[in-house]
Design a protein around this ligand. Sequence first.
Ligand code: PMV
Length: 310
Amino acid sequence: MRRKVRVSAPGKIILSGEHAVVYGFPAILAAVDRRLLLSIEKSNRLQVVPAKATDIVKRALGVVGKKFKEEDLEKLKVSLNSQIPIGCGMGSSAAFAVGITAGIFELLDQPKNLAIINECAYEIEKKQHGNPSGGDNTIVTYGGFLWYRKEGEGFKIFEKIKPKSAPTLWLINSGKPQENTGEMVAKVKDFYQQNPARVRSLFFESEKLTRAFLELLQGEKSYSLIDLLKENEAILDSLGVVSPKARRIIQKIEQLGGGAKVSGAGGIKNGSGIILAYHKDADLLPNFAKRSSLEYFKATLGEKGVTEEK
Ligand code: PMV
């Protein structure tokens, strides 16, 4: 066992296909330049910094530990330092699941096998969220841009997309959702059970838009980014995952001539987490966010996946 390792894992956004991806429809995800840094070192007991993360660290170590039957995994100091807003749809929990798995693999001097790390992180995510698609942990593991599709529990298809030009998007925080991802996925499931035909047609519409997004990334100009963001948002709103607060912000951006969508699970009672926004005029959205006292930042998309830090 090594004495100490440091790893970092990126946050993520979903350009198109959230929620539909849980039901086997495709999604496009991208890693972003906000990372979680984890340091893991040998200790005489389990210490977690910050202490409030102790339970999730214990749960994750339980899952990873099963792979190795290492009792010493109970005697570690795990420190977390994150630039990813927590619980806002930017993959903070996936970054943690992938980061801690990769860190333990490094600590135990295991070969860096991304497929196994990803699978193990997926098990951690299931403990956290119930029925995730596995898209979040996959983009955080591999980085870049991914086309992702879960055909079944043990059969997930993904492929890296090499965009001709990556869109410059602003990320605007509409407020931390009161609901967690598992609850939002459960809400969509209820809606699906009550209105199967309606929700299925929204998922097919989502797939059409995800394909259009792929074409846009590959340099075909048949669709405008603004229209794709708007149409994507309309589907998420019809699925019932957009809060009035987030809807107001998005409508304002549309009135100003831009396009925006919720990214991730969304939220209803308070905010819906991070909004992806685009406007041709580069200064307009940051000025709008400033005026509206909303947290915002520019996203560089397509960042590298989980990495050991020296
Ligand atoms: O909000 P996040 O980062 O947990 O993203 C969830 C994305 C969903 O499609 C709603 C769920 C999933 O497992 O893919």
